[in-house]
Design a protein around this ligand. Structure first.
Ligand code: PA5
Length: 435
């Protein structure tokens, strides 16, 4: 079960005022789906046998997984695998931090490791250079014909340089549906192959997502969680709440927030519009950011995520022998967690800071599948409420082109000049102190 609660500020009349806009946004999204321009809604209905078989086959001769990919090509899988506590022997090479890459490659045994290289475009600099680093250790440790068996490439079914490499070298590959953008691709082979390899139950995950598609197709603010999330964020954004904070009271959802942050920022930050997504964690950020949320500028809408059953619990006994702590005797950590959430939410309410609470029974595949789908839907609907295209990312693409130019890629000579001239004028050194 997923339950949404809302605290303070907007009246029912204000909420109802957005229903005509929601209906319009909803039919825009469905038109895009019908014309096959937008594919994320159909992902839970795709057959997954091929993915499962490939994961099983790779599992026979390897026992660790390195995911090489960045942004939408890594965050969903990383979130799933961590949230379900299946991350032993799982590594992600997204950033090109040399210390991190070298340390991961030192730690693994290339002969016993499966490398899943994921890039929809097939040309993202970080992914390509990390793939090169992987190939270096793979080729050093065994003959290429054997090494190839440890690689799975996930990329566009026809286009791009990674597709060319997969075909030329006969490397196992999976398709990224062309009508599914990176940040909407967790339920495609992008997220499903690593998840299957690490032991995630794909059927349960997709069952949760399918259920959520049913909820999100419903044209009712009382029944559709995606509509409610989109409406609340939109109404608050146009009233100056430019910051959307997500604060789960559950450590296993930490990477869910990273996934959402990318989805929200990259989909909605366009044409001078959008809300800045901020990551927080309960209870830790009660001792850091909450001061600002309660007492700083009133520019935030907070989303709490609360979990009913953590799957494990710890009972407390007052071994400290101090009467002042006796009220904690016999309580559990999940009770302390819940009280901390409720205390924080109540303080926010007192300070007239609006918040939404998403309540989950537990963290499992079905709930995560549903959560992914609800937030993808909510993001798409929000995009149309703002009257922007939630599925492109011109700001990301331009940075990629300038980086290609700076690294000397053929065809990007003009971008190199542009980047160099921008770099020489846009910032200058004001201070330098030597150690
Ligand atoms: O959501 C997006 O479109 C981006 O975050 C991409 O996923 C990211 O830039 C990686 O792109 P690619 O999969 O083409 O390597």
């Amino acid at each position: 079960m997923i339950r949404l609660e809302y605290g303070c500020a907007l009246s029912e009349i204000e909420l109802d005022s957005v229903i005509p806009l929601l209906k319009e946004a909803h039919s825009k999204l469905l038109m895009k789906r019908d014309s096959k321009e937008v594919g994320f809604i159909d992902l839970p209905f795709e057959p997954v046998e091929e993915i499962r078989k490939l994961a099983e086959e790779k599992r026979k001769h390897t026992d660790a997984l390195v995911l090489v990919g960045i942004g939408g090509s890594s965050l969903g899988a990383e979130c799933l695998i961590h949230a379900l506590d299946k991350a032993e022997n799982f590594y992600v090479l997204d950033n090109v931090d040399p210390y991190k890459v070298a340390s991961v490659l030192d730690r693994i045994d290339p002969k016993r490791t499966c490398f899943n290289v994921v890039s929809k475009s097939g040309g993202t600099t970080e992914t390509i250079v990390n793939f090169m680093a992987v190939l270096e250790v793979l080729k050093r440790s065994m003959p290429w014909d054997e090494a190839k068996r440890n690689i799975v490439i996930t990329t566009d079914p026809e286009k791009g340089l990674l597709r060319e490499i997969a075909q030329r070298e006969g490397i196992a590959s999976l398709p990224v549906p062309p009508n599914v953008g990176g940040r909407f691709s967790v339920l495609s082979p992008v997220g499903l192959f690593p998840a299957a390899y690490m032991g995630v139950d794909l059927d349960a995950l997709l069952m949760g997502a399918k259920k959520a598609v049913d909820w999100c197709m419903c044209e009712s603010l009382e029944k559709n969680p995606a509509w409610l999330i989109a409406a609340l964020h939109y109404l608050h954004a146009i009233r100056g709440k430019n910051i959307a904070v997500m604060m789960p009271y559950c450590e296993r959802l930490s990477l869910f927030v990273s996934w959402w942050r990318q989805l929200w920022a990259e989909s909605l930050g366009k044409d001078g519009k959008g809300q800045t997504p901020v990551k927080a964690m309960g209870t830790v950020d009660q001792h850091s950011q909450i001061q600002l949320y309660n007492d700083g500028p009133k520019d935030k809408l907070i989303t709490f995520i609360v979990v009913e059953d953590f799957g494990r619990d710890v009972k407390l006994h007052n071994h400290l022998g101090i009467a002042d702590f006796h009220y904690l005797n016999g309580k559990t950590l999940s009770q302390v967690m819940y009280a901390s959430y409720l205390g924080t939410a109540s303080a926010l309410a007192k300070n007239k800071v609006p918040f939404i609470t998403v309540k989950l029974d537990r963290i499992d595949e079905a709930h995560l599948g549903a959560l992914f789908m609800v937030y993808e839907f909510a993001t798409a609907i929000s995009g149309y409420l703002y009257d922007i295209n939630p599925f492109d990312q011109p700001g990301v693409e331009e940075g990629k082109r300038l980086t290609h130019g700076l690294l000397g890629r053929e065809g990007y000579e003009k971008k190199r000049e542009e980047a160099l001239s921008l770099a020489s004028t846009c910032s200058k050194c004001l201070i330098e102190r030597r150690l």
